[in-house]
Structure formats: structure tokens, C-alpha cells
Write a protein that binds this ligand. Sequence first.
Ligand code: TEU
Ligand code: CA
Length: 549
Amino acid sequence: MTDFRKSTVYQIYPRSFYDTNGDGFGDLRGVTAKLDYIKELGVDYIWMTPFFVSPQYDNGYDVEDYYNIDPRYGTMEDFEELSREAEKRGIKLMLDMVFNHTSSNHEWFQKALAGDEKYKNFYIFKKGKEDGSAPTNWESKFGGNAWEYVPEMDEYYLHLFHVKQPDLNWDNPEVREEVKKIVRFWMNKGVKGFRFDVVNLISKDKYEDDYEGDGRRFYTDGPNIHKYLKELNEGSFGQDAEIITVGEMSSTSMENCFGYAGADSNELSMVFSFHHLKVDFMGNEKWVLVPVDFMKLKNILFDWQVGMSENNAWNAVFWCNHDQPRPVSRFGDEEKYWKESAKMLATLVHGLRGTPYIYQGEELGMTNTDFTKIDQFKDVESLNYYEILQQKGLSKEDALRIIQIHSRDNGRTPVQWNSEEHGGFTTGTPWIEVNNNYKKVNAESQIHDEASIFSYYKKLVQLRKEVDVIAYGDIKPLDAKHPSVFAYERTYENEKLIVVCNFYKNEVVWDSKMNLEGYETLLSNYSEQNIENGKITLKPYEAIMLHLQ
Ligand code: TEU
Ligand code: CA
């Protein structure tokens, strides 16, 4: 069995990774071309976001055909070559399966629209209210009502995301069979990992108006969710003990995650939860400007770390992905303490209990976009909210400011490979502009530099393999109420690991109230540490991993 506790996953957003044919779009051959770079980082898995046939309204999360590769990304031969080349290097592939919804171009939905009852029952069609308005007041995650009216049918269909992403009806056993078939198809191609997109939204509860919120309580962690996941496990990936899985859990509860990712629950290997990434929101409201609430961040991460550990369930740990701003811009200091803060954030998350995920470019300290005009943004969610914010009365400037901070495009600009034009991502015109800081922030300048952010990530990946307490230890928060230091202790048999991070630029003396004699410094983002009588003087964004065995 694969020991996913010793593994690190590297996430690739192929369209922004590396373009090999000059059309401005990253492709599968681009991933193959950069396998040695990924190998150098030392990771075990590559999670690739969807490259299946898709009209790309939501950059591939709107799948039209789960069995074929979108020509923009390449061919099945390209996929097979990638798979072989990855295997040669000991790297496994993890595919991103989107089963809460399909694209409206999918033949199932097309048949449904044409009146085929069998396929109508693949989706969620409902009559409107008596006055003809939508069946419920639920909101789409991308803005607006979650129901779309089809005049020919005089019915509405549900789309929790884009109007071109109709939700599948998992209560229909035929849908569940089709899904298993697709997973088995990719298993037969040698795929050893799966990520399941917003998979905790597949079991809908009552179709009622939500007078307290946007509807999420009626479809999040729904009544049959554990049953459906166990069934999927049994009928597909559960048949191969080497396969690891991760569920993307939208607005989930920890109690449900004990089941989703419990060691003995036969559902998934681990979960992504997002509560710690809403610490610069106002409640669930993302489209506001609110500073990061550090105490909230700590409380949430500690609660989840301890809760999941006590219940023998496993977390995926991460700061970012293709839906999130860049961590060094969001939580660190992308200017003066760029390197220090990027490394501190890496230490903090890789020291936690869970499987770490590195998102392309994070290992280089890539920053948020520098876009100054709305038409530089491409993401459907950003563009929708730019309009919605103005309808709410905000000026164009204020709306743009909010988009700049929160847009998913912050994580979607092309990987910066070198100091050539477009950061070496493409010889053509990139589908989205490259950040102008590519001369300073790029892979070429970091790979051979021992002091680079890349080299630091490489060490973290390696340490997880060498030091058991990092992979297996339980976790205890230290000084949880401290206003600027994030510290915790991991314990495994006779081994101990203490991770101490200064989350801010002000120097601080942190009293561990422990005897630190005998501990050695495993890793730090500064060459010298100041530790005396259990007190550690932390420089700006300093991070230290102390090890006792
Ligand atoms: O994202 C799920 C999701 O709800 C969010 O990450 C969402 O993009 C964001 O919070 C909205 O503010 C997954 C995918 O990762 C994302 O790229 C897709 O757009 C989405 O599902 C639909 O498939
Ligand atoms: Ca291309």
C-alpha cells in the first residue's frame, strides 16, 4: 500500500504550466517536458486539473467527455507518454474527476434537453414555483440564482456552479454506475490517484428555499453522501490498494470529514477543507476587503489538526491551489521579505499532520497577478462578480480592487520558468498574461541555488521521507493564544518535532517554556538561530523546525 503520509503531491494546472506548441496554452506534452524539474523537487504524485474534452467555460471543470483528452491539451497518446515518463521517474499521476456536474455540452445533458426521460433523470430538473419563478432561492457559487429555466420543457435545472455546469442526480443509480465506469477506465490506464471535485455536494437534501443562507445547508454533506462514497470506493478505486484519493470538501463539517477520510471508513484517503482559507472573508462572503485574521487562522488549523488526529482521519494540508490567491502575497510579504515569508509559510504547512500539496509556482514563491485592468482577468467567477459588485453600488475602481485581491486568476498566471519573454512559458501569446516579475521570480534562477525557495521546498519534501515524526506524529498546539507566533509540537514514539513560525515582520522573543537542550535544528529559513534557555528570538518571518530523537 502506498504510504501517503510520507508523500507530497504537486498540483499542475496544465493550461498555465508549460506550452510546447506555441498556441499560448499549456499542454500535456508541457508536463512531460518538465518531469525532470518535478523529479528534482522530489514529489511523489502529480495532481493534474481536468484536461478532458470541455468547452472550457470553467477551464475544464465543465466536462463534455470524460473518456477523451481535449485537443487543446493534446491526445491520448500524449497522456500515455506522460504516464510512462512519469513512471520512469517514480512519479504517479492523480486525475481530477468532476462528478457533481457535467458540461451542458455532455451528451447526457443534450439528450435530456431533447426530451429523453432516461437522461433527464441524470440531472436535476424541477418545476418552478406557482408564480413561475425558480424552484428555490439557492445561489450559484459563481453568482446569481442556481436554477436555469428551459422554456421548451417549462422546467428548471440545477447548477450549483456555472449555468453551463448542470448538476448530476446522484440519487439515480445509473449515474452512480456511469461514474464508477469512468473511474475504472482511468484506473486501467495506470492512474494511481484521484481528486474528486466538490464531492461533498453530490447528495442533495430537500429542495426548499433557504431563509438563512444561500442554500448550501440543503446540499452540503447531504443525507446519502457517505453511502455514495463507500459505493464508489467499492465499485472502483477501492479495488486497488495503491490508489490514493482526495475529496474536495466545500463548506464541510469536521464531523463529516471523520467519515470521508477516516482510516477505516472505506471512503477516501484524505480531504481538502477550506475554512482556514476564509480568514480574509467576512463570514462566507469572499468579495470584500478584510485583513487576514491570524488568530482565526490558527484556531481553525489547530482545531482541524487535533480533531482529525483524534479521530484517526487524514488531512490534505495546503495554502493554495488554482482557486486561491498566492500565499506569499496573501499571508506573507511579497516585497521585502519575499523569500523569508515564502519559506516560513512552507515550513508551517509541511510540518503539519497531513499530506502536503504544493501548487505549481508556489515552490518558486510566485505572487498574485499585477493586473490593473478588468479585461486582463479571464476567470468566469471574477468577471461575474465584477458586475455583481457594481450592481451592489461599488465603483469600478473598488470592484476591481476586490477582484485583484481575491480572483482565482491570481493562482492561474503561467509558471515562470526563466527570464525570457513570457517567463519562458510559451513562444506565442499566453492565454492569460504572465506576471511582470518573471525576471526576479523564475525556476531557472532557483534550481541550483541552495538558498532558494525551490531548494527549501525540496528539503521539506525530503525530510518528510526521512523523519518519521513529520509523517506520523500526532500534534499539539503550543502557546495557541500568542498573537504573532504559530507553534506546535509533533510526537511519534520517542521522537519530537517543534515547529515555530513568526508570522509577521516584527522580531519577537518566544518563550517555549521548555527545555530545548538536545534538540537540533532540522531546517530554518535563516542561517543562524537564537535560542537560549528555552527562549527563541525570532527574526522577521523566521521559521524553525527543531528535532529531538
Ligand atoms: O472548486 C470548488 C469551489 O467551490 C471553490 O473553490 C470555488 O472555485 C470558489 O470557492 C468560488 O469562490 C472546484 C474547482 O476547484 C474549481 O476550479 C471549479 O470551478 C469548481 O469546483 C466547479 O467545478
Ligand atoms: Ca499548447
